[in-house]
Design a binder for this molecule. Structure first.
Ligand code: GLN
Length: 208
């Protein structure tokens, strides 16, 4: 049966639109560039990429996209990576505007220290089928996880990926690797979307 192409918004005010677009396209989804309120019409889920959370919050305010985006993430599936996680969190330290607050977590920006601003390491993600590789770029640390929040990815016991209902926030960058499992899990399991069967299959199924 032919499945309609899912339309997934990717916030494109600032940050890495292109890498998320490549991951979504590999899974058979269309990435829609979101810069204006009307761009949200007809998209089934949203990705909020990494970048600089202070700049993103200022642009959300000056473009008028902030309020419609907030309505969208309260009702619809959203995946925030790195700065996207910061924007989704309830508490994120000092920022020029309030965050969206749909994930009951406290994050600390740039909390991995200056000398090791960026690193990559193996992560534990049972919901995704085991180990995945995480690229961290001036990443936030998740310091508190509220009672309704599920930890989906850990780095040495520490939470680095969380889910609360339809909102998912992760501190690392799956779009910078070839591994599509996190995007696939978000689209299929969190957003409940059907992906075209010709789309790339995850490594675990390829081996089976
Ligand atoms: N350090 C950035 C911030 O505080 C996040 C970095 C990223 O998204 N890669 O917003």
């Amino acid at each position: 049966m032919r499945v309609p192409t899912p339309r997934i918004g990717v916030l494109a005010l600032q940050g890495d639109f292109a890498c998320h677009q490549r991951s979504l396209a590999a899974l058979g989804a269309e990435a829609v560039r979101i810069t204006l309120p009307r761009d949200l019409d007809g998209v089934e889920a949203l990705v909020m990429p990494g970048g600089e959370s202070t700049t993103m919050l200022r642009l959300l305010d000056s473009t008028g996209l902030g309020a419609p985006l907030e309505r969208f993430v309260r009702e619809r599936p959203v995946l925030g990576t790195c700065a996207g996680l910061i924007l989704l969190a309830r508490e994120s330290g000092e920022l020029p505007f309030p965050t969206l607050g749909v994930l009951d977590v406290t994050v600390e920006r740039n909390a991995y220290g200056r000398q090791i601003d960026s690193f990559s390491d193996a992560l534990d993600a049972p919901a995704l089928g085991g180990a995945i590789h995480g690229v961290f770029i001036r990443a936030p640390r998740i310091r508190r996880v509220g009672p309704g929040v599920e930890v989906i990815v850990r780095h040495r016991e520490e939470p680095v990926g969380v889910r609360q209902g339809k909102a998912v926030g992760i501190a690392f960058h799956p779009e910078l690797t070839q591994d599509l499992r996190l995007h696939r899990w978000f689209l299929e399991r969190v957003a409940g979307l059907s992906l075209p069967s010709h789309a790339a299959v995850p490594a675990d199924r390829e081996r089976a």
